[in-house]
Design a binder for this molecule. Structure first.
Ligand SMILES: Nc1ncnc2c1ncn2[C@@H]1O[C@H](COP(=O)(O)OP(=O)(O)OP(=O)(O)O)[C@@H](O)[C@H]1O
Ligand SMILES: [Mg+2]
Length: 415
């Protein structure tokens, strides 16, 4: 065998899934198969007649590595003298704190209990280097879940009081994302939306958000992107409908309710980055049983985070994902607002002011504009909900019960 090829077994906890060969020069998957446990092949990778689609598998593998867009990654790779983030994956056996896949060196007999990051300590070396700290020496350990962390913001995993926690930074001059994560948590507390709770911490004068791992040694996150790869979307079906159909196919309960809540949150905070890897579902790794939708995470790219002061206002045009390209259109997909208690949001603007506090990055003028714009978004949403109700009321006053039922039905199934 060529000396640049290395044999591994793709593992799902202790279940052997498929033989793979890694190209140790590029970090790419050279070959995959035979498959030992087709049901445990990562969600969304096609397996036909016992053969794994190598392109899809390679994309999945590359997708586990730190993206090339990560802030500071070039400098970190230079420091580590490693040419590609894909090569870092191999150094930590592809282990993650968001799922249970890993690669076992062929013939090693290594057990998941011995290596996983949920139960074993891990090095903070990579995290520190990603944060621009820490010298690379002979003693540096690359055994870190940071090698498999996604997303463009600077981030690192750290064990705090025995808990696996993700510490994440901000961007630009306002460095606003950590404050936004905390505000989104508070909004979801008030509206009783299932979410990951983010707190604010400070390291060397910079604010960071801190959240606990919502995945345990028994579970894993399957992103909407991977769920959607499991069947081709017919042209006449919207992405929204197709996503709910995919969730239904897997027997995932509560998808529509969870999406309703996510779209409401995203409208309020003018979220610009709810892409298909920023939400999903959770399943048990051993039984493959879906437990439900994932709690909402990663809501920081919102609240005019990269806009200059004059552009911060409730009606400002912002990017919208994933189902529509405007929030005004996307909010129309919500099939039920009856759970939404606007009175619970009273004073949330003042809470945002307190969260921002005496930030070195967000001055008083920006803070006031943000609080005002946040209140404006809530008022806009109230207006939308009110109008929706009055339309139903007008229909019912026509005393045409059948028409009214049809209307609420179309609200429920609107694409
Ligand atoms: N609390 C958590 N528990 C487990 N996995 C998590 C948690 N938070 C984030 N992740 C995983 O890490 C990935 C990156 O985190 P996150 O989305 O917060 O980063 P980001 O840099 O803001 O991403 P983006 O590029 O989407 O802006 C997520 O897509 C998810 O797979
Ligand atoms: Mg993200």
């Amino acid at each position: 065998m060529a000396d640049w090829l290395k044999k591994y077994m793709l593992m799902h906890k202790n279940i052997p899934v498929a033989d793979i060969e890694l190209d140790t020069v590029s970090g790419a998957v050279f070959s995959v198969g035979p498959v030992w446990e087709a049901a445990h092949v990562p969600v969304g990778i096609p397996v036909k007649s016992g053969t794994v689609d190598r392109k899809a598998f390679n994309e999945w593998w590359r997708g586990r590595s730190i993206p090339a867009s990560r802030m500071g990654i070039r400098e970190a790779l230079m420091e580590l003298k490693i040419s590609d983030t894909c090569l870092l994956l191999e150094k930590s056996l592809g282990l993650s704190l968001s799922d249970q896949y890993w690669i076992r060196p062929a013939g090693s007999g290594l057990l998941w209990e011995k290596v996983n990051f949920f139960q074993n300590p891990f090095s903070e070396d990579v995290g520190n280097i990603l944060f621009g700290k820490g010298e690379v020496s002979e003693a540096v350990s690359l055994m870190s879940p940071d090698n498999t962390s996604d997303g463009w913001l600077k981030k690192k995993w750290k064990i705090i009081e025995g808990k696996r926690c993700l510490i994440k930074g901000g961007s630009g001059a306002a460095w606003q994302e950590p404050y936004n994560e905390v505000l989104a948590s508070r909004i979801m507390d008030r509206l009783r939306i299932s979410h990951v709770s983010y707190a604010l911490i400070t390291e060397e004068d910079y604010p960071y958000s801190l959240c606990e791992d919502f995945i345990t040694e028994d579970t894993e996150l399957i992103s909407a992107w991977h769920l959607l790869q499991t069947s081709k979307k017919p042209n006449h079906v919207s992405l929204y409908r197709h996503y709910l159909d995919c969730c239904n196919k897997f027997g995932i309960r509560g998808a529509e309710c969870a999406v309703n809540r996510m779209l409401v949150l995203d409208f309020i905070i003018a979220n610009e980055d709810r892409h298909l890897n920023n939400f999903g579902a959770v399943r048990r790794a051993d039984t493959l049983e879906f437990l439900g939708m994932a709690p909402i995470y990663d809501s920081g790219t919102s609240l005019w985070f990269d806009k200059p002061l004059p552009m911060i206002h409730a009606k400002a045009n912002v990017i919208c994902k994933p189902f529509k390209n405007s929030h005004t259109e996307q909010i129309k997909l919500v099939t039920d607002f009856s759970w939404l208690d606007f009175s619970a949001l009273k004073g949330i603007d003042e809470e945002f002011r307190e969260i921002i506090g005496d930030s070195l990055f967000i001055d008083g003028a920006r803070c006031s504009a943000l609080c005002r714009a946040l209140s404006g978004r809530i008022e806009m949403l109230e207006e939308i909900v009110r109008k929706g109700k009055s339309r139903i009321f007008v229909d019912s006053t026509k005393n045409d019960v059948a028409e009214n039922i049809a209307y609420s039905g179309s609200l429920k199934h609107r694409k």
